[in-house]
Write a protein of this length. Structure first.
Length: 335
Protein backbone atom coordinates (compact mmCIF):
# COMPACT_ATOMS: atom_id res chain seq x y z
CA UNK A 1 0.00 0.00 0.00
CA UNK A 2 2.82 2.39 0.88
CA UNK A 3 4.56 1.66 -2.42
CA UNK A 4 1.34 2.40 -4.34
CA UNK A 5 0.89 5.78 -2.64
CA UNK A 6 4.56 6.61 -3.10
CA UNK A 7 4.33 5.81 -6.83
CA UNK A 8 1.29 8.03 -7.27
CA UNK A 9 2.96 10.94 -5.43
CA UNK A 10 6.14 10.55 -7.50
CA UNK A 11 4.14 10.50 -10.75
CA UNK A 12 2.28 13.69 -9.77
CA UNK A 13 5.57 15.38 -8.95
CA UNK A 14 7.05 14.49 -12.32
CA UNK A 15 3.96 15.76 -14.12
CA UNK A 16 3.58 19.02 -12.24
CA UNK A 17 7.12 20.15 -11.33
CA UNK A 18 8.32 22.05 -14.40
CA UNK A 19 11.33 20.11 -15.61
CA UNK A 20 13.25 19.85 -12.37
CA UNK A 21 14.97 16.87 -14.00
CA UNK A 22 15.76 18.55 -17.31
CA UNK A 23 19.05 17.91 -19.07
CA UNK A 24 20.08 21.46 -19.90
CA UNK A 25 23.01 23.12 -18.19
CA UNK A 26 21.06 26.39 -18.26
CA UNK A 27 17.35 26.94 -18.92
CA UNK A 28 14.74 29.68 -18.81
CA UNK A 29 11.08 30.04 -19.77
CA UNK A 30 10.02 33.64 -20.28
CA UNK A 31 6.41 34.77 -20.55
CA UNK A 32 6.59 37.78 -22.86
CA UNK A 33 2.99 38.74 -22.11
CA UNK A 34 3.46 39.17 -18.36
CA UNK A 35 7.19 39.94 -18.53
CA UNK A 36 7.94 37.24 -15.96
CA UNK A 37 10.12 34.14 -15.95
CA UNK A 38 7.97 31.15 -15.08
CA UNK A 39 10.88 28.70 -14.88
CA UNK A 40 14.63 29.06 -14.40
CA UNK A 41 17.58 26.72 -13.98
CA UNK A 42 21.06 28.26 -13.79
CA UNK A 43 19.51 31.08 -15.81
CA UNK A 44 22.21 33.59 -14.83
CA UNK A 45 25.22 31.38 -15.53
CA UNK A 46 27.51 32.81 -18.28
CA UNK A 47 27.78 30.15 -20.97
CA UNK A 48 28.56 29.72 -24.66
CA UNK A 49 25.49 30.13 -26.85
CA UNK A 50 26.70 29.06 -30.32
CA UNK A 51 24.44 30.14 -33.21
CA UNK A 52 21.61 31.38 -31.02
CA UNK A 53 23.84 34.47 -31.25
CA UNK A 54 22.28 34.98 -34.67
CA UNK A 55 19.05 36.25 -33.11
CA UNK A 56 20.94 39.41 -32.17
CA UNK A 57 22.62 39.45 -35.59
CA UNK A 58 19.21 39.24 -37.27
CA UNK A 59 17.82 41.99 -35.06
CA UNK A 60 20.77 44.26 -35.84
CA UNK A 61 20.60 43.66 -39.58
CA UNK A 62 16.85 44.26 -39.68
CA UNK A 63 17.18 47.52 -37.75
CA UNK A 64 20.22 48.87 -39.60
CA UNK A 65 19.69 47.70 -43.19
CA UNK A 66 16.95 47.95 -45.80
CA UNK A 67 15.48 44.54 -46.56
CA UNK A 68 15.78 45.00 -50.32
CA UNK A 69 19.34 46.34 -50.20
CA UNK A 70 21.61 44.25 -52.46
CA UNK A 71 24.83 42.98 -50.90
CA UNK A 72 27.78 41.77 -52.97
CA UNK A 73 29.40 38.83 -51.22
CA UNK A 74 33.10 39.25 -50.44
CA UNK A 75 35.55 36.36 -50.68
CA UNK A 76 36.16 36.46 -46.91
CA UNK A 77 32.53 35.48 -46.30
CA UNK A 78 32.94 32.26 -48.28
CA UNK A 79 35.92 31.14 -46.19
CA UNK A 80 34.15 31.28 -42.83
CA UNK A 81 34.08 28.02 -40.86
CA UNK A 82 31.03 26.12 -39.64
CA UNK A 83 27.48 26.04 -40.99
CA UNK A 84 26.85 28.01 -44.18
CA UNK A 85 24.21 28.87 -46.76
CA UNK A 86 27.02 28.41 -49.33
CA UNK A 87 27.36 31.92 -50.67
CA UNK A 88 29.76 32.47 -53.58
CA UNK A 89 32.25 35.32 -53.92
CA UNK A 90 30.79 38.07 -56.09
CA UNK A 91 27.25 36.76 -55.68
CA UNK A 92 24.62 39.42 -55.04
CA UNK A 93 21.92 38.79 -52.45
CA UNK A 94 19.35 41.02 -50.76
CA UNK A 95 19.43 41.57 -47.01
CA UNK A 96 16.16 39.63 -46.75
CA UNK A 97 17.72 36.63 -48.51
CA UNK A 98 20.78 36.79 -46.26
CA UNK A 99 18.52 36.90 -43.20
CA UNK A 100 16.75 33.80 -44.51
CA UNK A 101 20.06 31.98 -44.84
CA UNK A 102 21.10 33.24 -41.43
CA UNK A 103 18.00 31.97 -39.60
CA UNK A 104 17.10 28.82 -41.56
CA UNK A 105 20.49 27.42 -42.58
CA UNK A 106 22.32 29.14 -39.69
CA UNK A 107 24.74 30.49 -42.25
CA UNK A 108 27.93 31.87 -40.76
CA UNK A 109 28.69 33.26 -44.21
CA UNK A 110 25.39 35.15 -44.14
CA UNK A 111 26.20 36.50 -40.65
CA UNK A 112 29.51 37.92 -41.83
CA UNK A 113 27.99 39.32 -45.02
CA UNK A 114 25.31 41.16 -43.05
CA UNK A 115 27.85 42.52 -40.57
CA UNK A 116 30.07 43.77 -43.41
CA UNK A 117 27.06 45.42 -45.09
CA UNK A 118 26.19 47.20 -41.84
CA UNK A 119 29.57 48.92 -41.50
CA UNK A 120 31.99 46.09 -40.90
CA UNK A 121 32.24 43.24 -38.41
CA UNK A 122 33.95 45.23 -35.64
CA UNK A 123 31.40 48.06 -35.76
CA UNK A 124 28.49 45.62 -36.00
CA UNK A 125 29.66 43.52 -33.03
CA UNK A 126 30.03 46.75 -31.04
CA UNK A 127 26.40 47.53 -31.84
CA UNK A 128 25.38 44.01 -30.74
CA UNK A 129 26.94 44.58 -27.33
CA UNK A 130 25.36 48.03 -26.99
CA UNK A 131 21.97 46.58 -27.87
CA UNK A 132 22.37 43.79 -25.32
CA UNK A 133 23.00 46.36 -22.62
CA UNK A 134 20.02 48.41 -23.80
CA UNK A 135 17.78 45.33 -23.51
CA UNK A 136 18.81 44.82 -19.89
CA UNK A 137 21.19 41.92 -20.43
CA UNK A 138 23.44 41.59 -17.40
CA UNK A 139 26.09 39.11 -18.54
CA UNK A 140 26.33 39.02 -22.33
CA UNK A 141 29.35 39.66 -24.52
CA UNK A 142 29.53 39.13 -28.27
CA UNK A 143 32.82 38.73 -30.15
CA UNK A 144 31.44 37.80 -33.57
CA UNK A 145 28.07 37.83 -35.38
CA UNK A 146 27.96 34.08 -36.07
CA UNK A 147 28.26 32.53 -32.61
CA UNK A 148 31.61 30.87 -33.21
CA UNK A 149 33.42 29.97 -29.99
CA UNK A 150 35.40 32.89 -28.63
CA UNK A 151 37.40 33.43 -25.49
CA UNK A 152 34.72 35.73 -24.02
CA UNK A 153 31.73 35.14 -26.32
CA UNK A 154 28.92 34.23 -23.94
CA UNK A 155 25.47 35.00 -22.61
CA UNK A 156 22.97 33.56 -20.12
CA UNK A 157 19.63 31.84 -20.55
CA UNK A 158 17.92 34.88 -18.99
CA UNK A 159 19.71 37.39 -21.22
CA UNK A 160 19.12 35.29 -24.32
CA UNK A 161 15.38 35.23 -23.59
CA UNK A 162 15.35 39.04 -23.54
CA UNK A 163 17.31 39.19 -26.79
CA UNK A 164 14.90 36.70 -28.36
CA UNK A 165 11.91 38.78 -27.23
CA UNK A 166 13.30 41.84 -29.02
CA UNK A 167 14.17 39.80 -32.12
CA UNK A 168 10.73 38.19 -32.38
CA UNK A 169 9.01 41.55 -31.91
CA UNK A 170 10.56 42.45 -35.26
CA UNK A 171 8.02 41.28 -37.85
CA UNK A 172 10.64 40.37 -40.47
CA UNK A 173 12.77 38.31 -38.07
CA UNK A 174 9.70 36.58 -36.63
CA UNK A 175 8.31 35.70 -40.07
CA UNK A 176 11.59 34.29 -41.37
CA UNK A 177 12.30 32.25 -38.23
CA UNK A 178 8.86 30.62 -38.63
CA UNK A 179 9.56 29.47 -42.22
CA UNK A 180 10.13 25.75 -42.71
CA UNK A 181 11.67 25.98 -46.18
CA UNK A 182 13.05 28.62 -48.53
CA UNK A 183 14.26 28.47 -52.13
CA UNK A 184 15.79 31.26 -54.23
CA UNK A 185 18.30 31.34 -57.10
CA UNK A 186 20.06 28.06 -56.43
CA UNK A 187 19.82 28.22 -52.64
CA UNK A 188 17.50 25.68 -51.05
CA UNK A 189 17.21 25.67 -47.28
CA UNK A 190 15.32 23.77 -44.61
CA UNK A 191 14.92 25.31 -41.16
CA UNK A 192 17.12 23.55 -38.59
CA UNK A 193 14.41 24.07 -35.96
CA UNK A 194 12.59 20.70 -35.84
CA UNK A 195 10.07 22.04 -33.33
CA UNK A 196 8.27 23.75 -36.22
CA UNK A 197 7.27 20.24 -37.35
CA UNK A 198 6.84 18.72 -33.89
CA UNK A 199 4.38 21.27 -32.47
CA UNK A 200 1.84 23.62 -34.05
CA UNK A 201 2.31 25.85 -31.00
CA UNK A 202 5.92 26.55 -31.98
CA UNK A 203 6.01 29.68 -34.15
CA UNK A 204 9.74 30.40 -34.37
CA UNK A 205 13.15 29.96 -32.85
CA UNK A 206 16.86 29.47 -33.45
CA UNK A 207 19.16 26.50 -33.04
CA UNK A 208 22.86 26.46 -32.21
CA UNK A 209 25.69 23.99 -31.80
CA UNK A 210 29.44 23.81 -31.41
CA UNK A 211 31.41 20.99 -29.85
CA UNK A 212 32.29 23.29 -26.95
CA UNK A 213 28.87 24.90 -26.43
CA UNK A 214 26.81 21.75 -27.00
CA UNK A 215 23.24 21.92 -28.28
CA UNK A 216 21.62 25.33 -27.74
CA UNK A 217 18.05 26.19 -28.61
CA UNK A 218 15.72 29.18 -28.37
CA UNK A 219 12.08 28.55 -29.23
CA UNK A 220 8.97 30.72 -29.44
CA UNK A 221 5.67 29.07 -28.50
CA UNK A 222 2.21 30.58 -28.56
CA UNK A 223 -0.99 29.60 -26.75
CA UNK A 224 -4.22 31.61 -26.89
CA UNK A 225 -2.19 34.53 -28.25
CA UNK A 226 0.23 34.45 -25.31
CA UNK A 227 3.89 33.91 -26.14
CA UNK A 228 6.50 31.92 -24.23
CA UNK A 229 10.21 31.98 -25.06
CA UNK A 230 12.12 28.87 -24.01
CA UNK A 231 15.92 28.80 -23.81
CA UNK A 232 18.11 25.77 -23.17
CA UNK A 233 21.91 25.84 -23.35
CA UNK A 234 24.14 22.75 -23.55
CA UNK A 235 21.12 20.42 -23.60
CA UNK A 236 21.49 17.09 -25.44
CA UNK A 237 17.71 16.47 -25.36
CA UNK A 238 16.58 19.98 -26.29
CA UNK A 239 13.64 19.09 -28.59
CA UNK A 240 11.88 17.04 -25.92
CA UNK A 241 12.80 19.42 -23.13
CA UNK A 242 11.27 22.39 -24.97
CA UNK A 243 8.05 20.50 -25.58
CA UNK A 244 7.88 19.45 -21.93
CA UNK A 245 8.70 22.92 -20.64
CA UNK A 246 6.04 24.47 -22.85
CA UNK A 247 3.45 21.99 -21.63
CA UNK A 248 4.36 22.54 -17.98
CA UNK A 249 4.43 26.34 -18.23
CA UNK A 250 1.32 26.84 -20.37
CA UNK A 251 -1.19 24.29 -19.09
CA UNK A 252 -3.11 26.86 -17.01
CA UNK A 253 -3.40 29.52 -19.74
CA UNK A 254 -7.04 30.02 -20.75
CA UNK A 255 -8.96 32.69 -22.65
CA UNK A 256 -10.94 34.65 -20.05
CA UNK A 257 -13.51 37.41 -20.46
CA UNK A 258 -12.83 40.73 -18.69
CA UNK A 259 -15.21 43.71 -18.43
CA UNK A 260 -13.96 47.24 -17.75
CA UNK A 261 -15.90 50.38 -16.82
CA UNK A 262 -15.34 53.88 -15.50
CA UNK A 263 -17.60 56.90 -14.90
CA UNK A 264 -16.83 60.29 -16.48
CA UNK A 265 -18.65 63.54 -15.47
CA UNK A 266 -20.94 65.22 -18.05
CA UNK A 267 -21.43 69.01 -17.90
CA UNK A 268 -24.49 69.63 -20.12
CA UNK A 269 -25.96 66.15 -20.46
CA UNK A 270 -29.23 64.73 -19.23
CA UNK A 271 -27.19 62.63 -16.81
CA UNK A 272 -24.40 63.76 -14.53
CA UNK A 273 -22.04 60.97 -15.62
CA UNK A 274 -21.47 58.62 -18.52
CA UNK A 275 -20.07 55.13 -18.00
CA UNK A 276 -17.38 54.13 -20.46
CA UNK A 277 -16.75 50.42 -20.79
CA UNK A 278 -15.09 47.64 -22.77
CA UNK A 279 -15.22 43.87 -22.94
CA UNK A 280 -12.12 41.91 -23.90
CA UNK A 281 -10.93 38.30 -23.97
CA UNK A 282 -7.49 37.82 -22.42
CA UNK A 283 -5.17 34.78 -22.20
CA UNK A 284 -4.87 34.52 -18.42
CA UNK A 285 -3.37 32.03 -16.01
CA UNK A 286 -5.28 30.74 -13.00
CA UNK A 287 -5.74 33.55 -10.49
CA UNK A 288 -4.19 36.18 -12.75
CA UNK A 289 -7.29 38.37 -12.87
CA UNK A 290 -6.16 39.77 -9.52
CA UNK A 291 -2.95 41.03 -11.16
CA UNK A 292 -4.83 43.00 -13.83
CA UNK A 293 -5.22 46.77 -13.76
CA UNK A 294 -6.66 49.24 -16.27
CA UNK A 295 -5.99 52.90 -16.91
CA UNK A 296 -8.57 54.94 -18.80
CA UNK A 297 -7.30 57.51 -21.27
CA UNK A 298 -10.24 59.89 -21.80
CA UNK A 299 -11.23 63.53 -21.16
CA UNK A 300 -11.66 64.54 -17.53
CA UNK A 301 -15.27 65.44 -18.41
CA UNK A 302 -17.62 65.66 -21.41
CA UNK A 303 -19.71 68.71 -22.33
CA UNK A 304 -22.39 66.27 -23.58
CA UNK A 305 -22.79 62.52 -23.59
CA UNK A 306 -20.88 60.75 -26.38
CA UNK A 307 -23.03 58.70 -28.73
CA UNK A 308 -23.65 55.02 -28.13
CA UNK A 309 -20.89 52.92 -29.73
CA UNK A 310 -18.69 55.97 -30.33
CA UNK A 311 -15.09 55.69 -29.20
CA UNK A 312 -14.67 58.07 -26.28
CA UNK A 313 -11.32 56.91 -24.90
CA UNK A 314 -9.05 53.90 -24.44
CA UNK A 315 -8.40 51.46 -21.63
CA UNK A 316 -4.76 50.43 -21.21
CA UNK A 317 -4.71 46.99 -19.60
CA UNK A 318 -1.69 45.94 -17.54
CA UNK A 319 -0.69 42.74 -15.80
CA UNK A 320 1.86 42.89 -13.01
CA UNK A 321 2.19 46.58 -13.98
CA UNK A 322 3.25 45.71 -17.55
CA UNK A 323 1.00 47.18 -20.26
CA UNK A 324 -0.22 44.40 -22.55
CA UNK A 325 -3.18 45.78 -24.50
CA UNK A 326 -5.20 48.89 -25.41
CA UNK A 327 -8.91 48.67 -26.21
CA UNK A 328 -11.52 51.26 -27.17
CA UNK A 329 -13.71 52.64 -24.40
CA UNK A 330 -17.30 53.36 -25.49
CA UNK A 331 -20.48 54.45 -23.65
CA UNK A 332 -22.29 51.44 -22.26
CA UNK A 333 -25.61 50.64 -23.92
CA UNK A 334 -27.74 51.40 -20.86
CA UNK A 335 -26.61 55.07 -20.78
Amino acid sequence: MFRRYFSVILLLFLLLAPRAWAEGKAEAVYDTWSGEFCYEKNADAPIKIASTTKLMTALGASERLDMEMVVEIGAECTRVEGSRMYLRAGEKRTVRELLTGLLLASGNDAALALAEAAGGEEIFVGWMNEKAEELGCRDTLFENPAGLDGENHHSTARDLALIAEAAFENETVAAISAMRHAVFDGHEMRNHNKLLWKSEACVGGKTGYTASAGRCLVSLFEKEGRRLIIVTLDDPDDWNDHLSLFEACSRDIRTTGVRLSSDIPVVNGEKETVTLGASVMLPLRDGEKRALSALLYAPHFFYECPKEGEKAGEFEISIHNKAVLRVDAVPLEDQ
